[in-house]
Design a protein around this ligand. Structure first.
Ligand SMILES: C[S@@+](CC[C@H](N)C(=O)[O-])C[C@H]1O[C@@H](n2cnc3c(N)ncnc32)[C@H](O)[C@@H]1O
Length: 217
């Protein structure tokens, strides 16, 4: 077995990782998008929350700052981004649990979390790994728990459609642009699956999704 699985780093190339946060802040509606994702999740005191593919920890920290009485975990495959996330948590004086691992094989028991977030990670995974990661999110959620996703979605206007003609060849974005993320989320067992918001960005359409793990029976 390989020690380090193949993965696409935050900004595609490892040498660009230190630029990830400044670029996100300046070129992307990062704060609006992540704030909206957290708002739709309504995290409650005492809940366990996972940020899958947490990267530099911006969303992970925001979740903790929004609900200080939740236990917040961030997982990413890349130790370089986790080091940045750790520094940011220290500077902010926040306690979050950061862990290295892959979304396709989460190191948590079944039914561990009330909320799973994943922001801009799924388009880094090949189709079979998108499905695996969503299956893992389903497994680690408690019945009644919720998945909250931000990622590239199907373009809903001509400008976003034009941008998508270029972006669809980047990383593993193609399935997102075809509108398959909600299909894969539903295939993992989530009901209902809703697209809750859309953002026009310089890199194309970003969609937010909310999905629930049904109570058994
Ligand atoms: C574009 S960044 C998004 C980071 C963060 N969630 C955000 O919204 O800013 C994508 C992240 O997914 C991580 N990633 C890629 N493949 C992964 C995998 N199989 N398991 C966990 N994380 C993965 C990358 O290391 C990177 O940090």
């Amino acid at each position: 077995m390989k020690k380090h699985p193949r993965y696409i780093p935050a900004f595609h190339f490892r040498w660009l990782t230190d630029w990830y946060d400044p670029m996100m802040r300046h070129l992307f509606p990062e704060e609006a998008l992540k704030t909206a994702l957290i708002a739709q999740a309504r995290v409650q005191p005492g809940q366990n929350v996972l940020d899958m593919g947490c990267g530099t920890g911006t969303l992970t920290l925001l979740i903790k700052q929004t609900q200080p009485n939740a236990a917040v975990y961030g997982l990413d495959v890349d130790t370089q981004v986790l080091d940045i996330a750790r520094r940011k948590a220290e500077q902010a004086g926040e306690t979050i649990v950061l862990q290295q691992g892959t979304a396709t094989f989460l190191p948590y028991p079944d039914g561990s979390f009330d909320r799973v977030f994943t922001s801009l990670m799924l388009h880094h995974l090949r189709r079979e790994d998108k499905r695996r990661a969503l299956g893992e999110a389903f497994r680690v959620l408690k019945p009644g728990g919720e998945l909250h996703v931000a990622d590239f979605g199907k373009p809903h206007n001509p400008t976003m459609w034009l941008i998508s003609l270029v972006v669809r060849w980047a990383e593993e974005v193609h399935d997102n642009i075809l509108g398959l993320l909600p299909v894969f989320i539903a295939e993992a067992g989530f009901r209902p699956v809703e697209e809750t918001a859309g953002y026009r960005t310089v890199t194309g359409a970003i969609a937010l999704y909310r999905a629930c793990k049904p109570f058994a029976g």
